[in-house]
Each structure stands twice: as C-alpha cells, then as structure tokens.
Design a protein around this ligand. Structure first.
Ligand code: PMV
Length: 350
C-alpha cells in the first residue's frame, strides 16, 4: 500500500480579459488594484491539461510543464500548495478513514497546447488547472469561488479560469484577500455566438513579465491611478451590463478602449513597456477597417502583455471578420496562420 499512487487529471481553459487586470496592491497575495472581466475560452481550444498525483514513494514536490522540470520554490506556487494541503488536512481530520494524502509529496504534470508565456494567458490556465487537479485529487468540498481565491495566489488572472463563460474578478477590499476571487457574470450559453480569433504575432516569451511590468507601472506611471480609480470601476459595470443585454457594439467599444488604456499606462511607465508591435498595430487597423466597412462595430481587438491579438466578434459576422483577417494578414510573415482560427467561449465543469 505504501507504493500506492493517487492521481487526478483535469483541463483548464485560457481566459482573455476584456477589462484588464494591471497592478497589484499586495504582491504577496496577488491582490489587484482594479477588478477585471474576461471570457473563458472553450477547453477544446487553448488549454492546460494537468495530472496531479501523490504517493509515499515520491520524495519531494515536483512540477513538470511541457516535459520540463519547473522550479516550484516560488512563493506563488508554494501558497497554492499550502492552502490545498491545509484544506485536505481538514478533510482528513473530519474523517479518520481517508488516506493521509496531505503528508505525501505531490507530482504535477502539465501540458499546454499553445505557446507558454507569450501573452496568451498560459499562467491563467496553468494555475487554474494545477489548483483544480489537486483539489480533485484531495476530494476537497471547496466551491469554485474558493478554488478561484487559491488560484489567484498563483497567478492573478488564473482565478478567472475556474469559471466558464463571462467572468468577473472582484478586486475585494480585505487586506487578507478573502474577498478577492472570480464569479460568473453569465454562462457561455447566455451569449453562445461570441467568437475569439487568436492571431499570434509572436510565440516568443514576452520580454517584461506581467509581475515586473505591473510593479513598474504602479510605481512610475502617472496615468495608472486614474485608470484604476476613475476609469475601470465604471467600465466594469458597463461591461457586465452589455454582456447581460448581449449588446455587442458597446461590448466591443469598451473592450478596445480598455486594451488601449492598459497599453497607454504601459507606455507611460518609466522606462516604457511596449507589448504591442507593428504587427499588433496592423491588427488594430484591420479591425477599424472592418468596422468602418460594415458601417457598425462588428469586431473588437484586445492585447494582453504581449503582441498577440485576440479579436472578439459574433458568429454571424464570421465571413466579414475572420474571413477578412485571414485574407489580409494570413499570408504575411509575423502571423502564424494556423492559430488564426475562431474559438468559442466555453464552460468549465463545476
Ligand atoms: O495573471 P498575470 O499575472 O499573468 O497577469 C495578467 C495580466 C493581463 O493578461 C495583461 C490582463 C488580464 O487581466 O488578464
């Protein structure tokens, strides 16, 4: 029995923010300076697959990502493991007949089916999958909100990948982070025709990590406080509203403005941070041209901490939006056409 290996596997999808998280008020707990809102993509598309196992025969905790050993000594990963073990201890204390998994070393094996750390929210899917796989392994009774709060400590945006569809991360007010977690604004089937076109301008690792970038922005940008305090709160409310009423034109306008506002605070950081490149700016112009040609807003671009574009649009405008993009940029160098495909918002199992 000592050689028993206990095991559980899960998928977690990527989420792409519409209202961006940028800035931490507490770097140890990953508490944000503003709330954010995202769409969780279908886990048939961009996702992390993770298997967590534990056994008395393992000698130390280990994490293998895409076949490579990862350093898990960082405070973020350690915080997630500590919290999950603590919850397992509670389960064991309540029921003396369950195995003492909390005392065993963990082995976590993850695979991403997309480029890691290229501004495609790999850490979001990664930590969401890690937390859910261990929670399943430990048979924790925790609701998604609690797992979301734990995943947040691994990577802020990961807290949103514990929910499917349209998801908000409430920044919370408490200093211990107990009220800083994600919640579902609407399930994917509420607005099922939403599509995301992912255009990979570069699959290279980004040069400024989001953690380093956020810290620099919080410290040096004069525009930053204005964004966090005056711009985002109203935008959060307005975006939740247009998701509920399925108002695409307003949703698109808010999405593009928020991406631009976030990248403006990056540019206002000293020294400036450039996540978008010439290829990204070409994608912005293509979106603008598509909307102008249509005579109404049918697509919205958004960029995370990297040059890759995500273009949101509705299925009924597939030919006008995705078709135009494929025609214009599909053959140009700098774009990986194989990633320029439409993917849908999706659910995650509860
Ligand atoms: O979760 P992090 O620390 O990788 O930060 C993600 C930040 C953005 O992707 C740029 C915005 C967001 O809300 O996802």
């Amino acid at each position: 029995a000592n050689a028993d290996v206990h095991r559980s596997s899960t998928f977690a999808p990527v989420n792409i923010a519409v209202i961006k998280y940028w800035g931490k008020r507490d770097t140890a707990l990953n508490l944000p300076t503003n709330s954010s809102l995202s769409i969780t993509l279908s886990q048939d598309d961009l996702r992390t697959h993770t298997t967590a196992s534990c056994s008395l025969k393992y000698t130390r905790d280990a994490l293998v990502l895409n076949g490579e050993d990862q350093d898990i000594s960082g405070a973020r990963t350690q915080a997630c493991l500590r919290e999950l073990r603590g919850l397992r201890k509670e389960v064991e204390a309540k029921d003396g007949s369950v195995p003492e998994l909390s005392g065993m070393a963990l082995k976590i094996v993850s695979e991403n089916n997309f480029p890691t750390a290229a501004g495609l929210a790999s850490s979001a899917a990664g930590f969401a999958a890690l937390v859910r796989a261990i929670a399943d392994l430990y048979a924790l009774p925790s609701p998604p909100a609690e797992l979301s709060r734990i995943a947040r400590q691994g990577s802020g945006s990961a807290c949103r990948s514990l929910f499917g569809g349209y998801v908000a991360w409430k920044m919370g007010e408490e200093t211990d982070g107990s009220d800083s977690a994600a919640y579902e604004v609407a399930p994917a089937q509420h607005w099922p025709d939403m599509r995301a076109l992912i255009l990979v301008a570069s699959a290279e690792k980004k040069d400024v990590s989001s953690t380093v970038g956020m810290q620099a922005t919080v410290k040096t940008s004069e525009r930053f406080a204005h964004r966090a305090e005056n711009i985002v709160p109203a935008r959060m409310a307005a975006t939740e509203e247009c998701v509920k009423s399925r108002d695409f034109a307003t949703f698109a306008d808010l999405t593009m403005r928020d991406s631009n506002n976030f990248h403006a605070t990056c540019l206002d950081t000293s020294p400036p941070i450039f996540y978008m490149n010439d290829t990204s700016r070409a994608a912005v112009r293509v979106c603008e041209a598509i909307n102008t040609h249509a005579g109404r807003t049918i697509c919205a671009y958004t960029f995370d901490a990297g040059p890759n574009a995500v273009v949101y649009y509705l299925a009924e405008t597939e030919a006008q939006v995705a078709g135009a993009f494929r025609g214009i940029v599909g053959h140009k160098t700098g774009w990986d056409n194989s990633r320029g495909r439409a993917i849908q918002a999706g659910e995650v199992p509860k």
